[in-house]
Ligand binder design. Structure first.
Ligand code: GMT
Length: 375
């Protein structure tokens, strides 16, 4: 099958998921065409079945705002026609679903029907999507998609609450390649981070306000009082400076490292003992699932789709937003006893297996197959 994938190419979860899906489909023999403005971060290996088409926006003195969506629709039309694609799968509604609608309509005038599948990832609905500036276009283009999927039951339910959606929204949970994340810890790396055998806590995100990175620091401060520990901050974004300042204020700087954006997350997770995700909202929490696949228990909030992956008291713990005391208490409970930690680690790994790439990718193939009998 020849599949077009449109996504954000950055470190965000939707781009990561879309890229991993494309790679998995290519491995299974499908021809996959990525259409984005930049090479997706995780598209870092050669595969003869993968093609990459860069969207370029012509600048012109008249434009205060370069018309990316128009350029994207035109590129979609071009790639779909010239490569005879069977289907277009867009990730993140804004502006991908509306650009796809326009491309579909243009192609119709040329006698080509291209099925469009839209996968909703979270903030395209709950945060940005519901903003009045975008809402009518988001609702319209979702309704015009041939199929709609959401990455969690919670996101599906929220989408129905926020917009008037007339179609079925199918839930296809995010996935992880368990084999890739199940790595042996690199001892030398562990020694550099935690020379005296300290516990290692990790947080990874794009440091947006919604991630509440200050809470990560506060929880770590409490844990560190009881259990000698180190904290690794992976990623970068607007709240990084605030987090750094708080670390200085709490005299934690020697125990905290900001390692920036990292492609080899599995290497870092392999040495981690606990993953912290105190977000205000997560439609799913792919970062938490990747941690669990690496046998790392998760302390998270109980929002959005997180309870669908992190099982309270089994794979980690769930707390209310901002409840530092509860999160710290549970983190300490997991970390202070080797046997308890071992149990949580193996539970986390077992839970991640349910979301393994080999279980989830066929669900997308089945969905595609409903629109194109060429699998
Ligand atoms: O979490 C982010 O800020 C990035 C965002 C994105 O759109 O790339 O991630 C969203 O999609 C991921 C993949 O489906 C989910 O795992 C994240 O939970 C979701 N983020 C939010 O809902 C805040």
């Amino acid at each position: 099958m020849r599949i077009g994938i449109v996504c954000y190419p950055t470190f965000g979860g939707s781009g990561v998921l879309a890229t991993e899906l494309g790679k998995a489909l290519a491995d299974k023999g499908h021809q996959v065409h990525f259409i984005t403005y930049q090479q997706p971060v995780r598209l870092n290996e050669f595969n003869a079945n993968i093609f990459y088409h860069e969207v370029r926006v012509t600048n012109y003195p008249l434009f205060d705002y370069p018309p990316y969506e128009t350029a994207l629709s035109s590129m979609m039309v071009d790639v779909i026609s010239n490569n005879n694609l069977d289907l277009l799968h867009v990730h993140y509604a804004i502006p991908h679903a509306s650009a796809a609608y326009l491309a579909k309509k243009i192609l119709e005038t040329q006698g080509k029907n291209i099925p469009v599948i839209t996968t909703l990832h979270g903030t395209d609905i709950t945060l940005v999507g519901r903003d009045k500036t975008f809402a009518p276009v988001v609702a319209f283009s979702i309704n015009q998609s041939d199929a709609i999927t959401a990455v969690s039951e919670d996101l599906r339910d929220d989408t129905y609450k926020i917009f008037s959606i007339k179609k079925e929204i199918e839930v296809i949970h995010n996935f992880v390649d368990v084999k890739r994340f199940h790595k042996k810890p690199f001892d030398a790396f562990r020694k550099v981070i935690a020379p005296n055998g300290e516990r290692i806590l990790v947080h990874a995100s794009n440091f947006r306000k919604i991630k509440r990175v200050q809470d990560v620091v506060k929880v770590f401060a409490e844990v560190n009082k009881k259990i000698p520990s180190k904290l690794l901050f992976v990623g970068d974004g607007p709240e990084r400076l605030t987090a750094e300042e708080l670390c200085r204020e709490l005299s934690l700087f020697d125990d905290v490292r900001f390692v920036g954006k990292q492609e080899q997350m599995e290497e870092i997770l392999a040495v981690a003992d606990l993953f912290l995700l105190p977000s205000e909202y997560e439609s799913f929490g792919l970062a938490a699932l990747e941690a669990m696949a690496a046998e790392v228990p998760v302390i998270s909030t109980n929002v959005g789709g997180l309870p669908e992956i992190n099982i309270n008291g089994v794979t980690g713990f769930l707390s209310n937003i901002g409840d530092i005391e509860d999160m710290s208490k549970h983190a300490i409970e997991i970390l202070e006893d080797d046997e308890v930690l071992k149990k949580f680690k193996s539970n986390a790994a077992a839970q991640a297996k349910k979301f393994d790439i080999h279980n989830i990718v066929p669900k997308y193939e089945q969905l595609y197959n409903r629109f194109c009998k060429c699998l």
